[in-house]
Design a protein around this ligand. Sequence first.
Ligand code: COS
Length: 386
Amino acid sequence: MRQYDLTEEQTMLRDMVRRLAREKVAPGAEKRDEEAKFAWDMVDLLRENGLYGIDFPSEYGGSEAGMLALAIAVEELCKKDGACGLLIADQELGSLPILLAANAEQKARFLPALATGEKIAAFALTEPSAGSDVARLRCRAVRDGDSYVLNGTKTFITNGGVADLVTVYTVTDPALPTHKNAGVFVVEKGTPGFSVGKKENKMGIRWSETVELIFEDCRVPAANLLGEDGTGFQVMMKTLDLSRLGVAAQALGIAAGALEYAIAYAKERETFGKPIIQHQGIGFKLADMTMRTEAARQLLYKACAMFETQPKDMSRLSPELIRMGSMAKCFCSDVAMWVTTQAVQVLGGYGYIKEYPVERMMRDAKITQIYEGANEIQRLVISRTL
Ligand code: COS
């Protein structure tokens, strides 16, 4: 099957982003990690280079280049800085409920500014009491005339404080059975009753902003409800089915970046009179790291190619497709954790200090096994489709 060979456009995009990452993203990566301050210069860089709109429809100003193209761009950025590629992966996550479930008026209202990156989106599902068990979430939206009033707290929200709009999962009618009682709303920055709470101090992806969002009698127009009231669970599930490919791409990029660095180091560093790559203990380790990284890439690219044939709407995905997305997320992130840990080992003492990037890459890799569905949830999703 040739469907996931890169096209000429995808190859050009890869080479362009690779150069950009090498020249503009890599130099400040260590400092950004150290300072842990949201990097607006990275946002500007991605805006200027049209990277926000890769997977947005051309009708709304996007490039409509597809999910594989988006994955390639995320991968290349994350080779140098795992938090940088996350900017565009998270834009996709925050926008997917709109892309999938919005009506024509809502799409025209929200998508053009998201496709250019002029506006930033965030996705708000997780709450202090639940993240994996979506049906148990508590944030409430109560209908009142032509609006809904939101109350509740969302936690661990990537880009939550810098976002211009947030897609928020709420329970609209607790009397209905779970899975049929929720709605997803677009809440815009500045809406009274919507505020940003605690900012998290994280192990990795340190300059990516992760915050708590608070809704206190926050009145949102009913015109901002995405899809039918009651279908929120399905909107979020399909969003996650698709967005997991973005996390997989982030993980793959982190793995590939650590691998590249470890190979270059092993060719330079000498012990016992020869470069350490020529010692079997290190050469074989690098061989295993290369094998797993390439296997992760093939699984992800194949999954992206399969997802690209699907319409971006609320039609149900096949169990095989859902499985492919979950497998890509789970495998790529497990590979990222393993490869980055090995890379630190290859560099020895230097791997453990901040002057060398593999230490940061190892910390950045960890979150990819946890967020957008912990890998235990991915294994649950996969096993249910067998
Ligand atoms: N797409 C569309 N519909 C789906 C779906 C999907 N991927 N998965 C389930 N559904 C539907 C089911 O068909 C079922 O519909 P019916 O009631 O009409 O039969 C309904 O939703 C309930 O499904 P299920 O019983 O499988 O739901 P569960 O409550 O057991 O939850 C999991 C299923 C665990 C898979 C879900 O809660 C999940 O994905 N959790 C992880 C969420 C996550 O990633 N959190 C991280 C934070 S977000 S960054």
